[in-house]
Design a protein around this ligand. Structure first.
Ligand SMILES: [Zn+2]
Length: 271
């Protein structure tokens, strides 16, 4: 990724964050602005060799799969040492990543919180669009069964003609060989590399099971991202000792109960 394209972590992060209730509400223009701000502010960002540069960019904060001219679908990216870790793949995620200045050929990790279409509709499209942008390295994907592997195989089958054409005509590497789809059914350590370790916890989002929250731990800070969730003890435990941040307001009593547990200064909501 281009180092000139990140957003200052000071603007988006204060310590650690818990982002809950994805299907978050915001206008599309605001989502698009987030991405563009992320790109422009990166030009002024300073580099500290002792920190991970960990930051979060909200790529889409709308709830529901219906197209909305004012909102983009759920997706976010955690950047650690400029390596992108994408969480959820709502419609338009590739476009939003590009708007945020993330080089799609750097795509290496995708995490799907749950299998509602507003969170996975562009799962295959993101990988495909990274591939046609020049991706030649593996992409590890993590998410709940049953559809993660099935979605991967079905997407490749659906686009087989185009993919084979581009392999022959454009000398691209076989797309199928780049995708490592790994289904997760229980909470625990998901993956770790030199930048981050990722831990999952099961959250309550009936009737969609399993549904996950993910915690990203870098050397100097942590970010917790949940998909849609009701009040969930496991999410609280996952984010233990961390500040909380939610941008979705719910009228449900369980949500309000959870919300009251978040420190006042860390609350951020929209309707
Ligand atoms: Zn959902």
């Amino acid at each position: 990724m281009n180092n000139q394209t990140g957003i200052s972590r000071k603007r988006f992060l204060t310590g650690s964050l818990a982002l809950a209730g994805v299907g978050l509400s915001s206008v599309w223009q605001r989502d698009h602005a987030y991405a563009n701000i992320a790109q422009k502010q990166g030009e002024a960002a300073t580099t500290n060799s002792e920190d991970s540069g960990m930051r979060l960019i909200l790529l889409g904060t709308n709830g529901g799969p219906q197209p909305n001219p004012l909102r983009s679908s759920p997706a976010q990216v955690v950047l650690v040492n400029e390596v992108p870790y994408v969480a959820d793949c709502g419609s338009g995620v590739a476009w939003q990543l590009v708007s945020a200045g993330v080089d799609l050929t750097d795509l290496g990790y995708i995490f799907v919180t749950h299998q509602h279409s507003d969170h996975n509709l562009d799962y295959g499209n993101l990988i495909y669009q990274a591939w046609v942008s020049g991706l030649t390295t593996e992409v590890e994907t993590y998410g709940p069964p049953p559809p993660l592997k099935q979605m991967t195989e079905s997407f490749l089958e659906l686009n087989e003609y185009d993919i084979e054409t581009r392999i022959d005509d454009e000398s691209r590497v076989p797309l199928e060989s780049l995708i490592q789809a790994k289904e997760i059914s229980e909470g625990g350590l998901v993956m770790e590399d030199e930048n981050v370790s990722v831990t999952s916890a099961l959250v309550e989002h009936p009737p969609v099971e399993p549904s996950f929250a993910f915690r990203f731990d870098a050397a100097d800070r942590s970010i917790v991202i949940s998909g849609d969730t009701n009040y969930s003890e496991s999410l609280i435990e996952l984010a233990q000792g961390r500040t909380c941040w939610s941008t979705r307001r719910s009228t449900s009593p369980v949500w309000r109960s959870w919300w009251r547990m978040c420190p006042m200064e860390t609350r951020s909501t929209s309707t």
